[in-house]
Design a protein. Sequence first.
Length: 81
Amino acid sequence: MALATSHTTFGDLARDELAIEVTCPNCGHRRTIDGNAPGLRNRRIAGARFRCDQCGSVGLPSIGKQRRWTGRLAEHARKLR
Ligand SMILES: [Zn+2]
């Protein structure tokens, strides 16, 4: 998915339940960036770089739907009751 112009900061992504997954081109390690994290929320996506936890190479970010974060889902379920 391409970067949408309406998403300027990581917080904008998190609000739309999108997450950034970073794949390392060197070792293949993947991790998901939490856009709600303090310090990331107001950070611009453009120009951001993510270093691999394992080998220190610069990873390649891609944007997708949040899946693993059950906290939000649980919150949503509570509201439905
Ligand atoms: Zn790596």
